[in-house]
Design a protein around this ligand. Sequence first.
Ligand code: F0G
Length: 401
Amino acid sequence: MYRLVCVSCGASYPPDEILYNCTKCGHLLAVRYDLPALAVSRKIWDSRPLSVWRYRELLPVTIEPVTINEGGTPLYHLKRLGKELGIPHLYAKHEGMNPSGSFKDRGMTVGVSMALQLKKKSVACASTGNTSASLAVYAAKAGIPAVVLLPAGKVAVGKVAQALMHGAKVISIRGNFDRALEMVHELCLSHGLYLLNSINPFRLEGQKTIGFEAIDQLGGVPDRFVLPVGNAGNISAVHKGLLELKELGLVDSLPMMTGIQAAGSMPVVRAIRENLPEVIPEGDPETVATAIRIGAPVNAEKALTAIRTTGGLAESVTDDEILAMQRDLARKEGIGVEPASAASVAGVKKLIEAGAIDRSERIVCVVTGHLLKDPDTVIRQCEPPTEIDADLPSLLAALRL
Ligand code: F0G
């Protein structure tokens, strides 16, 4: 029903081959379905609950999946923020409402299921935090061991707590995410662990369902999809899924894929701005949005195609802009997200104010992870609680009543 196909040279491999790169040219592989042969129908999808597995005909898993109800996340209409920005059709897809608190669960339900389908006995990843938390959760559910490599001192505490509590072997390396990914890749090739970073073509299949769900919830294709970009897997995955819907005749247009990066870590934005054929890696990325603190995004090639072919945009936002939007989402919309997630909406604000986006557009921002992932960054921005003696006069004084 599907093959693995190189995104660059088109070389094709059988579906059960355990490969992360094309053996001919070294580029990444993607799952290519024989779409006309699939029994996909809107009617069947509509009869199932909103979730990753609603779209199972467009997923590679044939065994009983490892699932804990991922997907089916809310799509919120940001009325108050939209009004302030003068855009009436601004939406946020809150991926922080997944079981482990980030969109990674969509990828991991598929990726860990594929590990079992391919008879792998252990799984591994490098991570800025969320991937490791999610992998730990799904490996626990599957009953197989997980190894995760983190950049020491640069992972939000909630994510480390999850990886530890769900039983992964957590290794902190004295290096950044990009180095951790190189190391875990080598480990998996030499020792047979199954690699579940976004170079794994199956994991991204799960993540493409963000786009499917948003279209179903909105009742049509938005004009623009806006995503925070780190390793650039998610924006590529959503684009791939939407191309499949178009080829199947289930949608007739594609949204403008728009990627937002942190100003201290913006190789994709640079490549778009300067019209480069590929990204130039940044050696020392830095941002408060540690989830997207990535200088050498492995999926950049696909992300550049997604942005360019859909007429999308790429923009960077400063740490201050990210944190201001994190507060705005929390206080004006009741939506709690981690800094990387606020980047998508902060990017829209910036693009609107620069006149780069038409105010009548229907815009879906993907907010990727939950507020509680990174409580330290939250606490640092807020006044501490007011401590008082346990009597009413003290309470009234504290409230200035
Ligand atoms: N937002 C959050 C909250 C993330 O955790 C990530 C990536 C992204 C956005 C960017 O997605 O990499 O597909 O472009 N986190 C990875 C991790 C790298 O290890 O958890 P991307």
